[in-house]
Design a protein around this ligand. Structure first.
Ligand code: G16
Length: 541
């Protein structure tokens, strides 16, 4: 018996990046099975196909992998390539799909959300290009979850995923592979490993915080084993099912141990952190934090110093809420800069069409067309390669960048776990008033325009509407508001604040001070504190 009757679950709608729920929701009988079968059905079945499977090692990932393998076998898949221990970082999974010519892959992660039995779990499907399924596919999956009546699952013992090698599940081959080696090899083809070894040999110091999540084994192999950084350069390097209680989101709030070390008197030259599944990154120098929006701009401006991009960039892209810092670099380089909705899936078409090489998001995501996911360790290596080539510190590189391009002061304020109805009502009211804001003034700032962002994909013409509210002030400052699509509890309001200062004066302010008038104007327009009763944001990045 491989066919099992089932009934639909409510709420299996994929968000910004796959389906994310409380782990216990995923553990309910048939919940995972329904979503996996709906995914297989929506992509036209998996008969004869090769899939990649792995995740960030969080609680339930190993059990879920066994279910997915048995379902793939019962649905007729030919081969599933699995990371040893069911481990694969998201960029490594993307690489494996591309390198092995697989038809797609299933990634088990809730990314930067905490893990454990009482925390979060997630699943997303990636296409044969190695990138997250586009909206047309995630909508087809959701439609299928609403009418599902049965799923297929082989009744067989669990597969041993702890040993590299091949075994069989029914007629399907299960190939367990080293999760790290192919990815580390790919990095060697992009970066100047000789120069990086020289950097560490000369005593350059670095702290890499893997936050008890999946990048630990990758970072140890790359930085300590291949590049010769001293043992102990990578901390929190062992992936744990609950991330050791850490919230594996690489931002100043959650990576506070690293922040304290980098801002201390004897901090290392360079610091970085990554998230649960290894696609995000935070970059720090001694005494300096690099905002993700600035990071992508610096990487674009200096990419030609890195062997993999020595021939120049095809173009760049950023999500709409990300600051326009990279736009200025693109203009100086004479290349295109695309503005997409939030979600890495929107960059895939641009990369496949050869329009962009580098992409970045304010949410600590940077990456390039070497894979079709954002890539935390790639970003760290980009920075190291640029530091080695320029012979300058992070602080010096940032100062030079601001003098050359001006500074886009930027910050994101998050209000987490708001009652969903309250958040919807607040933004619903804003939507209703959006057309009346033009010409009105708040805290000395006059609204130049306001709209709700809608994106037409330049490659396939697909339209994604309602992607965030934009209020532009005269003089180039702006605020963007949208609800997160990755949370699992209530609604998270994200407020993105930006102000451009051309320099040469005024480049060294504290971002919160520089943005204070916009913060106050936003409160006057939207009334976040007044309506939610919150004194301030839960997270500031
Ligand atoms: C995901 C997406 C990113 C997005 C981020 C935040 O990242 O892949 O493109 O910027 O979520 O999305 P939201 O603002 O809707 O919460 P990750 O690292 O969680 O996969």
């Amino acid at each position: 018996m491989t066919t099992h009757p089932t009934t639909p679950f409510d709420g299996q709608k994929p968000g910004t990046s796959g389906l994310r729920k409380k782990t216990k929701v995923f553990m309910q009988p048939n919940f995972l099975e329904n979503f996996v079968q709906a995914t297989f059905d929506a992509i036209g079945g998996v008969t004869g196909k090769t899939l990649v499977l792995g995740g960030d090692g969080r609680y339930f990932g190993d059990a879920a992998s066994q279910v997915i393998l048995k379902m793939a076998a019962a649905n007729g898949a030919a081969r599933v390539i699995v990371g040893q221990g069911a481990w694969l970082s998201t960029p490594a999974a993307s690489n494996l799909i591309r390198q092995r010519g697989a038809d797609g892959g299933v990634i088990l992660s809730a990314s930067h959300n905490p893990g454990g039995e009482t925390e979060d779990f997630g699943l997303k499907y990636n296409m044969s290009n190695g990138g997250p399924a586009p909206e047309a596919v995630t909508e087809a999956i959701f439609a299928r979850t609403k009418v599902i009546t049965e799923f297929h699952k082989l009744d067989a013992p669990d597969v041993n995923l702890e040993m590299v090698g091949e075994s069989h599940l029914g007629a399907m081959t299960v190939e367990v592979v080293d999760p790290v080696c192919d990815y580390a090899d790919l990095m060697e083809t992009i970066f100047d490993f000789k120069a990086l070894r020289g950097l560490f040999h000369e005593g350059f110091t670095m702290r890499m915080d893997s936050m008890c999540a999946i990048t630990g084994p990758y970072a140890v192999e790359i930085f300590e084993n291949r590049l010769g950084a001293p043992k102990g350069t990578v901390v929190h390097e062992t992936p744990l099912p609950d991330f050791g209680g850490m919230h594996p989101d690489p931002n100043p709030t959650w990576a506070h141990e690293l922040m304290a070390e980098m801002m201390g008197d004897n901090g290392p030259d360079f610091g970085a952190a990554s998230d649960g599944d290894g696609d995000r990154n935070m970059i720090l120098g001694r005494g300096i934090y690099v905002s993700p929006s600035d990071s992508i701009a610096v990487l674009a401006a200096n990419a030609q110093l890195v062997p993999g991009y020595a021939g120049g960039l095809k173009g760049v892209a950023r999500s709409m809420p990300t600051s326009a810092a990279v736009d200025r670099v693109a203009a100086a380089l004479g290349i295109d800069c695309y503005e997409t909705p939030t979600g890495w899936k929107f960059f895939g078409n641009l990369m496949d069409a050869g329009r962009v090489s580098l992409c970045g998001e304010e949410s600590f995501g940077t990456g390039s067309d070497h894979v079709r996911e954002k890539d935390g360790l790639w970003a760290v290596l980009m920075w190291l390669n640029i530091i080695a080539a320029r012979g300058q510190s992070v602080a010096e590189i940032m100062a030079d960048h601001f003098v050359r391009f001006g500074r886009n002061y930027y910050s994101r304020h998050d209000y987490e776990a708001l009652p969903t109805e309250q958040a919807n009502a607040m933004l619903g009211d804003l939507r209703a008033r959006l057309d009346t804001l033009k010409g009105t003034s708040y805290q000395g700032l006059t609204v130049e325009s306001s709209d709700e962002f809608s994106y037409t994909d330049p490659v396939d013409g697909s339209v994604s509407a309602q992607q965030g509210f934009r209020i532009l002030f005269e003089g180039g400052s702006r605020v963007v508001l949208r609800l997160s699509g990755t949370g699992t509890e209530g609604a998270t309001l994200r407020v993105y604040l930006e102000r451009y200062v051309p320099g040469p004066d005024g480049l060294g302010e504290d971002p919160q001070t520089a943005l204070a008038p916009i913060i106050a104007a936003t409160e006057e327009i939207v009334g976040i504190s007044a309506r939610t009763g919150r004194q301030g944001p839960d997270v500031i990045t």
